[in-house]
Every structure is written in structure tokens, then in C-alpha cells.
Design a protein around this ligand. Sequence first.
Ligand SMILES: NC(=O)c1ccc[n+]([C@@H]2O[C@H](COP(=O)([O-])OP(=O)(O)OC[C@H]3O[C@@H](n4cnc5c(N)ncnc54)[C@H](O)[C@@H]3O)[C@@H](O)[C@H]2O)c1
Length: 256
Amino acid sequence: MTGRLNGSTAIVTGGAKGIGRTTVEMFLAEGARVCAFDIEAPGSVSVAEMRAAVAASGDRFVYSRVDVTSEADVARGVEEAIDSLGGIDILVNNAGKGPDPTPIEDLSLADWDATLRLNLTSAFLCTRAVIPHMKRRGSGRIINLSSQAGRSKSEVSNLPYASAKSAVLGFTRNLAHEVGPFGISVNAVAPGVTLTGRVADKLARRADREALAEAIPLRRFGGARDIAGAILFLASPDAAYVTGATIDVNGGRTMM
Ligand SMILES: NC(=O)c1ccc[n+]([C@@H]2O[C@H](COP(=O)([O-])OP(=O)(O)OC[C@H]3O[C@@H](n4cnc5c(N)ncnc54)[C@H](O)[C@@H]3O)[C@@H](O)[C@H]2O)c1
């Protein structure tokens, strides 16, 4: 196989659905060996659907039930992925979720902590677990999912989510500075509204969805392939000299 990721190995967190699953599929199609981390049970419908979608990739795919908010789960998952794939070249910190807009006075500390833990701390835990291995190899790619909410503001998600996704950008830039000398790049992708299952359901219930689409210069919401394409670019040899960068994939909705 001659793909852009031929011979590369990757972990994609939140890989059972949405952008993560499409990233897994595109990485496999480009020749990578991929481990998907997700909280979905191995026997669940989404994992079964995913296995069917990647069946043609044979033994290049591994599913690992890992809760990325758990330090112990992440340590175990990364160790097992390194063993089963023979190393990790690429980590995609994709698992995350944007809760519905909530006025600040109605947010509990527990809501705040849980949202930061899923959308920010998870990237710290997974990255910290792979960095020693990447340093020993003298190379690596870390790709973090931020959001338009973290670049500007969001009509469809809440304050702790936007705060976490902004912090992901600071994490990306500072880590890029720290680990660049070891041959490791760190970049972010900031999607606008993207029609994955959960977000598509949420939008379908909103009376202002047409107005939201009209506000996008390209006049449509994104799809998982739009986002996974940018992730693939950052993982590929074409992005060898890109680090500390954020790629906005939002149809022009927010221009920085
Ligand atoms: N869809 C959008 O509109 C949009 C916009 C901007 C940013 N993003 C970001 O892109 C990423 C993917 O979004 P999506 O829409 O594909 O989400 P999704 O809900 O479709 O899929 C997320 C996956 O993460 C998994 N997951 C959730 N909690 C987990 C945990 N603790 N440990 C491991 N896995 C866990 C879920 O089971 C699911 O398979 C997220 O970080 C999200 O914040 C999405």
C-alpha cells in the first residue's frame, strides 16, 4: 500500500463516532496502523459499526476501551497501543463534547470541572503518556481538537466548553515550543459546527438553524470528512514543518 501514512502508527481518542471515527477510517485508508480509544463498550452498536467500516484494513486496526479522563486508563491504553502497534507516531486528542448553552449562574462547579476534564485535561493525560516514547524516537505528531468556540465564541455550546477549547490552543502552542527540539510537532484543528450525530440532532431541534447556516460564507455546516481532512494533513509528511498552528475549518464562519 502506498498511502500518505504508510508505516505510521496512530492513536485517535473518541474514535468510535463522529470526527474521530472518520479520522480513523481516513488514516487506515492512507496506510496507517490505528488504535481508537473510546468509552464505548467493545460490544456496543457503534463499535460494531466501526469494526465493519474498517474491516478491509484487517489487522491494522485496534479498538481499546479507554476513558481519556482517567489517568490509569490512559496509562494502560497507551502502553497497550505501543505494544500492539509497535510504537506511536501520531496522537489525535479528539475526544470531547460541547454541552448546551447554560447561563453562568446555572453552572455548577461539577459541570465546570467535568467539561474541562473531558475537553482539556484528557489532552494533557494522553499527551503526557506518549511524549517519553516520542522523545526516544526523536519524532511525533500531536493533533488537538479545539473548536470555533475556543477561537471566538459559540451559539451552540457553553462557557466551560469554550474555556477548555481556548485552553487547548495555549496547550498546543506552549507544548509545540517545549517538544519541537525533540522532533515532535503539536498543532490544533478548530472545527465550526460539524454535522456529527450528536451535533446534527441538537441542530435539528433549533429554530434558527437556517440562519446559522446563512451566517457561514460557504453556506453549509461542516461534515466529519472536512475536519478529518485537516487532521490527516497535519499527520502527513506534507506538514513536516508546521507546528504550534491552528487550522480553522469552519466554512469561513470565524476568520482569525
Ligand atoms: N461536531 C462539532 O460541531 C464540533 C465542533 C467543534 C469542535 N468539535 C470537537 O471535535 C471533537 C469530536 O467531536 P464529534 O462531534 O465528532 O463528537 P461525537 O460526540 O460524535 O464523538 C465523540 C466520541 O468521543 C467519545 N468519548 C466521549 N467521552 C469520552 C471519554 N471520556 N473517553 C474516551 N472517549 C470518549 C464518544 O463516545 C464518541 O465516540 C470533540 O473534541 C469536539 O469538541 C466538534
